[in-house]
Write a protein of this length. Structure first.
Length: 521
């Protein structure tokens, strides 16, 4: 059964909630609660009825019920103040008051099924996120039997991008209604209500496969990014997965950049929370102390506008823990701020990978390593192509002695985003993993690459100095210590012991010994 209301469809058979055709992630209990309210919209539903239907007659705390009601409102664009769709009836319960259309058939809000074009435009205007459509890739092989592969690439990219909560991704059926048709990109953008379009082609020639893809800003007419992938066709599904991951990881930062450029053109008095976060991200990715501070100021402004803005809260938390790691902020000051913001981000949107990354980083700096690793894994389940999460996960794994797992996580981060602004940090993490393995010369090589990319990256300087000390390279250790002190004037053995959450005592002492041998006191 499908129920349509406002710009949403609720499919109880597939357990999917969509807005303008785009899939929305919903926690299972929240989905059950929303379904029950919609199905019983002709009456007021009591708390006891919800306990029976959603929690199998198990009484739960009122705060738990309130949290789930708020989450149900949030996923359908409602809130506790307006109560346009889910209304609280004092001392009685709740009622779904939105106009609902139901259908037993294959009802989907797409152009092909007659959903009005104006509704897609309305969705774009109503959403606080930019919208993107992935058009079906063109099969250039001259063999219709190869359509399955070009279609599969397009569908996988749609699914991968849908895991990035920052962007509104048009569903597969809506995008595929243009397959085989010659329609101008501007018309597609107007009809689907999107600002960005991904399109590409697939050509198979013998045992070789060539895939081209490009990301276009339809509003400006500019091509934001383009790439070509040449692979052997030996394992078609492995190739499909590899290219999908690479494309999804490459598209995300280009969208951030484009949205920041758009925000920069607005006068300061007209900036909304989204614009502020896009500006903050631009500064965050520059990876400098001054830019990180500016990013924090911008997200604080965004949170003041919208206190439940998950992306702003998550970015605030990540920027504070990163500042602590770099020695820009005292961990004792930064960590409580980061943890509070991260917890608020997860409460605001439990399906946002950035929120779980934020919580993972905050937990790591409070010594809650098991909880940190679990939060990293949650972030990566939600978005397996999240390079920053892979790199940060690798660092914490190395902190607890799982250096090989850490090196593997960092390697994946670099494969996903080889030109990432955090590439220097990933090399520093890989260097520390090698240090834990007692491979000091490999640690030196990797740390040098991190320093080469970013001369101010103190993490790589610390590992380089410790590795040189343990390798017995007196001259190198002396020179690297001098550079470390230049990059981080407040560094000392006491600072490292108190500020870096190295859980295993033997590894903490191992790192301190390397720095001690290099001359740090």
């Amino acid at each position: 059964m499908q129920f349509a209301f406002a710009d949403h469809t609720l499919d109880t058979d597939t357990r999917e909630l969509r807005r303008c055709g785009a899939l929305i992630a919903v926690q299972p209990k929240v989905f059950d609660l929303l379904t029950y309210l919609v199905q019983n919209r002709e009456r007021v539903v009591s708390k006891d009825s919800l306990f029976a239907a959603v929690w199998n007659n198990r009484t739960v705390a009122d705060s738990t019920l309130a949290t789930h009601i708020n989450a149900a409102r949030r996923v359908i664009g409602d809130n506790g103040e307006e109560q346009r769709l889910i209304r609280t009836i004092a001392r009685k319960g709740f009622r779904f008051v939105g106009h609902v259309r139901s259908s037993l058939g294959d009802y989907e809000l797409t152009l092909a099924s007659g959903f009005p074009v104006q509704s897609f435009r309305a969705c774009l205007l109503a959403s606080d996120r930019p919208a993107i459509a992935v058009l079906p890739f063109v099969n250039m092989s001259g063999d219709a039997k190869q359509d399955y592969f070009s279609d599969g690439i397009s569908e996988d990219i749609i699914m991968a991008l849908s895991k990035m909560r920052w962007f509104f991704v048009i569903a597969r059926n809506s995008a595929f209604s243009y397959k085989g048709k010659s329609v101008h990109a501007k018309q597609i953008a107007d009809e689907l209500g999107v600002g960005y379009i991904v399109e590409g082609s697939v050509r198979k020639d013998g045992d070789r496969l060539r895939i081209t893809v490009q990301l276009n800003d339809v509003t400006s007419g500019k091509q934001l990014w383009a790439e070509r992938y040449d692979r052997k066709f030996s394992d078609v599904f492995a190739v499909q997965d590899e290219i999908t991951d690479a494309i999804a990881a490459a598209i995300e930062p280009r969208l951030y950049t484009a949205e920041n450029v758009r925000a920069q053109r607005k006068p300061p008095e007209s900036l909304d929370a989204w614009d502020l976060v896009m500006r903050a991200l631009w500064h965050f990715w520059r990876v400098t102390r001054a830019d990180n501070l500016l990013a924090q100021m911008l997200v604080e402004h965004a949170i003041a506008i919208d206190p439940n803005y998950a992306q702003a809260l998550a970015l605030s938390a990540v920027s504070h823990t990163f500042a602590a790691h770099m020695g820009w902020e005292d961990a004792a000051t930064a960590t409580p701020i980061a943890r509070q913001a991260a917890l608020s981000a997860v409460r605001a949107d439990g399906e946002d990978p950035w929120a779980h990354l934020a919580l993972a980083c905050a937990y790591a700096y409070t010594g809650m390593i098991d909880q940190s690793l679990a939060a990293f894994e949650a972030a990566l389940r939600l978005n397996p192509n999240f390079s920053l999460a892979h790199g940060s996960y690798g660092l914490v794994l190395s902190w607890v002695g799982r250096s090989r797992d850490g090196a593997e996580a960092v390697s994946r981060a670099l494969r996903l985003s080889p030109r990432d602004p955090f590439s220097a940090i990933y090399h520093g993490v890989a260097a520390y993993a090698a240090f834990v393995e007692r491979d000091y010369w490999e640690a030196i090589r990797l740390a040098r690459e991190g320093v080469r990319q970013r001369k101010d990256f103190v993490g790589a300087h610390r590992v380089l100095t410790a590795a040189a000390g343990m390798a017995g390279e007196v001259d190198l250790a002396s020179a690297t210590l001098q550079e470390l002190r230049r990059a981080q004037p407040n560094v000392s053995l006491a600072w490292v012991a108190s500020q870096l959450p190295l859980k295993l005592a033997q590894e903490r002492e191992h790192f301190l010994e390397g720095l001690r041998r290099a001359g740090l006191n």
